[in-house]
Design a protein around this ligand. Structure first.
Ligand code: LLP
Length: 443
């Protein structure tokens, strides 16, 4: 008998992939996390494949249900990139957002069709552009003039006409962490709409012989918990497409609205149902289209976090526990900022539990520390947890996005393995790094 934990209450797909079994152990995807820790060691990233697939399907279906025109959901692979994940995204009919030759290379090796990929970034090196163009990448999202010129030149020398979208900053300020806010004019990304740069870039792109201007793109930020800024961005961008037609007789067929849909990390986060994002955004686009007599654009959305974050957990072994009377109690684990730098970088909060006492009440608070040699290596401060002891297994929830993909070898720690569970079955998606891997590039 399993009890559903209702921990994160993600609105998109059911979160009953995380439960407690009769042994009082945390389970994910029908697997006892204690068994996973024993079999694969810790730290360990565990992803529920069924959850990931359901989330992909959800986005595909949501576009069909809520948007009167046509569209594609692209998985933002920066959130979690490995061959197994690219394969899943391909099988579920998603497009793919890649941001480097590394992500592109991984996806190609996984058999992801190049023509369903979009290449992002504010400073793509020429060799990466060339690799993308010769690989037959579907769209390059051009960020600046220098890049437009480079794409035009490289495409010309390859005898190709490259489809591009232009990254535009629509001037929308989303309420999220400064480091992940990107829609405002003061941004390293894209052509500012408000300064006229965006329209000038459109005019320039259509004159370049080896480019095909397919669309415009914006991404206003990440972990956004409010529908309003998305609607505003959609309205502004659709209006921009209408302006390009009215003022310059330029047809722009595609509108890419980026990603950024927030998830519930802790009880403090209250994301609207992801359905609402799409529904509201569709209404915003349709409103402008009918007011300005514009055909509905083909839309792209680029969810990353919301597809993979809730699907993942990280398991650690608890080591030293140190109480500093009157101050706090530190609980140290065998991982930390090297496998999850998000607390150190953004102060991100996570829900945690002791996996072998998962059903017990959380009666204690611990400051969860990693094993790296610096004081900032924490996973959370004063986190409510079950009474813990050395040897327990700590589970950090909702680590499926921007954890593995942001992991480092700081202090020469090995990157953990990633295992996929799927209705009780387990497979290794990424092997744990070995010490041989670690020194492989050292001369
Ligand atoms: N599209 C573009 C162009 C992006 O830059 C991003 C994320 C996405 C889509 C996907 O956004 P998502 O749906 O995952 O929010 N490392 C940070 C997040 C950085 C997001 C960067 N861009 C974190 O750990 O919170």
């Amino acid at each position: 008998m399993e009890t559903s934990l209702q921990l994160k209450g993600d609105h998109m797909v059911s979160n009953d992939h995380v439960s407690v079994n009769a042994h009082n152990h945390l389970t994910i995807g029908g697997k006892d996390t204690l068994e996973l820790a024993r079999e694969f060691g810790t730290p360990l990233y565990v992803m529920d494949e069924a959850f990931v697939r359901a989330a992909c399907r959800h986005y595909v279906a949501a576009i069909k249900t809520h948007y009167d025109g046509k569209g594609l959901a692209a998985f933002a692979s920066k959130a979690f990139c490995c061959k197994a994940m690219c394969k899943i995204a391909a099988e579920e009919g998603l497009a793919l957002d890649v941001v480097s030759k590394g992500e592109l290379f991984t996806a190609l090796l996984a058999g992801f069709p190049a023509d369903r990929m979009l290449f992002h970034g504010n400073n793509k090196p020429a060799d990466e552009l060339e690799f993308a163009i010769t690989s037959g990448i579907g769209r390059i999202v051009a960020d600046n003039i220098n890049e437009l010129e480079q794409i035009n030149t490289i495409a010309g020398s390859c005898g190709k006409r490259q489809s591009v979208q232009l990254r535009i900053t629509p001037g929308v300020e989303a309420h999220t962490h400064d480091y992940v806010r990107t829609g405002q004019t003061d941004s390293k990304f894209g052509f500012a709409l408000q300064t006229g740069d965006a329209m000038r870039a459109v005019q320039m792109a259509v004159r370049m012989p080896n480019l095909r201007l397919s669309g415009v793109h914006c991404h206003i930020g990440s972990q956004i918990l409010d529908v309003q800024p998305f609607m505003l961005a959609a309205e502004i961008m659709t209006g921009f497409i209408a302006d390009a037609r009215d003022q310059h007789n330029i047809t722009i067929e595609e509108l890419n609205l980026g990603g950024g849909f927030g998830i519930r990390y802790t009880e403090q986060d209250n994301p609207p149902p992801h359905e609402d994002f799409l529904h509201s955004v569709s209404r915003a686009i349709s409103g402008v289209c009918s007011a300005r007599n514009l055909p509905l654009p083909f839309i792209y959305i680029e969810p990353g976090r919301s597809i993979v974050a809730p699907a993942g957990i990280t398991l650690y072994t608890v080591g030293a526990i140190k109480e500093i009377p009157g101050i706090r109690t530190y609980l140290s684990v065998d991982g930390g900022m090297a496998d999850n730098p998000r607390y150190a970088l953004y102060g991100s909060q996570y829900e945690m539990l002791i996996a072998n006492k998962a059903g017990a009440e959380k009666t204690k608070r611990y400051t969860v520390a990693g094993r790296c040699c610096e004081s900032g290596d924490l996973l959370g401060k004063d986190v409510p947890l079950q009474d813990a002891a050395a040897g327990d297994i700590l589970a950090v929830l909702a680590t499926g996005a921007y954890n593995y993909s942001m992991a480092s070898n700081y202090n020469r720690l090995l990157k953990p393995a990633v295992v996929f569970v799927n209705n009780g079955a387990v497979r290794v998606a990424v092997k744990r790094q070995s010490y041989e891997d670690l020194i492989q590039s050292d001369e």
